[in-house]
Ligand binder design. Structure first.
Ligand SMILES: O=C(O)C1=C[C@@H](OP(=O)(O)O)[C@@H](O)[C@H](O)C1
Ligand SMILES: C=C(OP(=O)(O)O)C(=O)O
Length: 409
């Protein structure tokens, strides 16, 4: 039988203070860099997200076969890490992970001197990493329109190479803030790089031990913004977020300013209250793809017309997120259509106030994006444990602000 959670909110009034999970993106970079530094770094507030707990365990594992499960950063970052450290490993993951492309990264690592074989389908995990024989080649040209995780994986190993690395990014740079986050974290651990036009240069250097405190996760914050936008009244504080953040998903502040949420930065994080809401939104998600599901679900709930671009990468994430969204908004009398290549338009229909039911497609963000709609009507979410990837305490946190959360197993 399918596991579900049924959500409702008796008053529609939200008050409270929430300790968000830490950013898995920051944490997973800090873990890889600390491992490469070969020194003891003090990492604080490491995320309880499964993606981070998993990477911590795998970095200590002596097993030959390594299972990256459904964690994209773990798969991509460890491929580069095992290659440059000359470890012989078989790297695999969930069935879905074995459908997520990795060719751009594998080809770049081979050019640098890594020996990597595909064990099943060319261009996809599982991989066999056999060793590394540096060949002095340090100039690479890499496509940057598929996933920034390939670039981040290469950058983090770049200072370990005797000649460093000169990386030329080919084509549109998608998810650019994640590349900048990688460079910022490298700098925090003592490595300098330059990013000019489409070329990143990282000279050979040694990472230095440092102490680092991971910020709360702005992607996780987006679900709370959505709840505030949908609530009758709201005053919510999200702890541990900073105005000066490494995370591109801080873009949620500006998006939600238009969708009815006012953000005040305080000593402890952000305080969210309600404000005027616009009736339509046009947005390019290239820099913050993980926010797209939050905004699609919210706009259907608010009756806001949405036009979105920059969502190409959504097709190769935990699920085909475009397809999953198209199916799920249909249940809300809404269609999400590609009107011209790369441009999606959604004009919400009338909301049926009986119970809404959403499938999650083994994707944490499908569950968390649609949950806030319980402020409008009872909502049933299938396979709610998917949230463990980034926000294991999500359902408990909803209870703290007055949601009724009934689990049916
Ligand atoms: O580097 C990272 O931490 C991430 C990069 C993004 O992926 P893409 O670069 O594949 O868009 C993002 O969607 C993912 O959740 C985390
Ligand atoms: C796309 C995501 O993660 P990853 O690519 O690291 O699996 C995500 O968390 O939304």
């Amino acid at each position: 039988m399918t596991n579900t959670v049924t959500l409702s909110h008796p008053t529609g009034v939200l008050n409270g203070s929430i300790k968000l999970p830490a950013s898995k993106s920051e944490a997973n970079r800090a873990l890889i860099i600390a491992a490469l530094s070969g020194q003891e770094s003090e990492l604080h507030n490491l995320s309880e997200a499964n993606d981070t707990q998993l990477l911590q365990r795998l970095l200590k594992s002596n097993d030959e076969t390594i299972d990256a499960e459904d964690a994209g950063t773990v798969m991509r970052f460890l491929t580069a890490y095992y290659a440059v450290t000359g470890q012989q490993k078989t790297l695999t993951g969930t069935e879905r992970m074995c459908q997520r492309p990795i060719k751009v990264l594998v080809e770049a690592l081979r050019e640098l001197g890594a020996s990597i074989d595909y064990l099943r389908e060319e261009g996809y995990p599982p991989l066999k990493i056999n060793g590394f024989q540096g060949n002095g080649n340090n100039k690479l040209s890499v496509r940057s329109d598929i996933s920034s995780q390939y670039i981040s994986a290469l950058l983090m190993i770049a200072p370990m190479l005797p000649e460093g690395m000169v990386l030329e990014l080919e084509g549109k740079i998608s998810s650019r803030p994640y590349i900048e986050m990688t460079l910022s974290l490298m700098k925090h651990f003592g490595v300098e790089a330059t990013f000019e036009e489409n070329t990143i240069t990282v000279p050979h250097q040694q990472y230095k031990a440092a102490s680092f405190t991971v910020e709360s996760d702005w992607s996780a914050a987006s679900y709370w913004y959505s709840m505030v936008a949908l609530a009758r009244e709201a005053d919510i504080t999200l702890l541990g977020l900073r105005e000066n953040s490494y995370q591109g998903d801080k873009a949620i502040v500006d998006i939600m300013d238009r969708l009815g949420v006012y953000t005040a930065f305080t000593e402890e994080g952000v305080r969210l209250t309600k404000k005027h809401q616009e009736k339509s939104l046009l947005y390019d998600f290239s820099n913050c793809p993980d926010l797209a599901q939050t905004i699609v679900a919210l706009c259907t709930g608010l009756g806001v017309t949405l036009e979105m671009t920059g969502v190409e990468s959504l097709r190769i994430k935990e699920t085909d997120r475009i397809q999953a969204l198209q199916i799920e908004v249909l249940g809300m009398n809404t269609s999400l259509e590609e009107i011209t290549p790369g441009v999606f338009r959604m004009k919400p229909g009338l909301l049926n106030k009986h119970e809404l039911c959403f499938r999650t497609y083994q994707d944490h963000r499908m569950a968390m994006a649609f949950a806030p709609l319980a402020l409008l009507a009872p909502v049933q979410i299938q396979e709610p444990s998917v949230v463990r990837k980034s926000y294991p305490r999500f359902w408990e946190d909803l209870e703290k602000v007055g949601f009724s959360v009934i689990t049916n197993e």
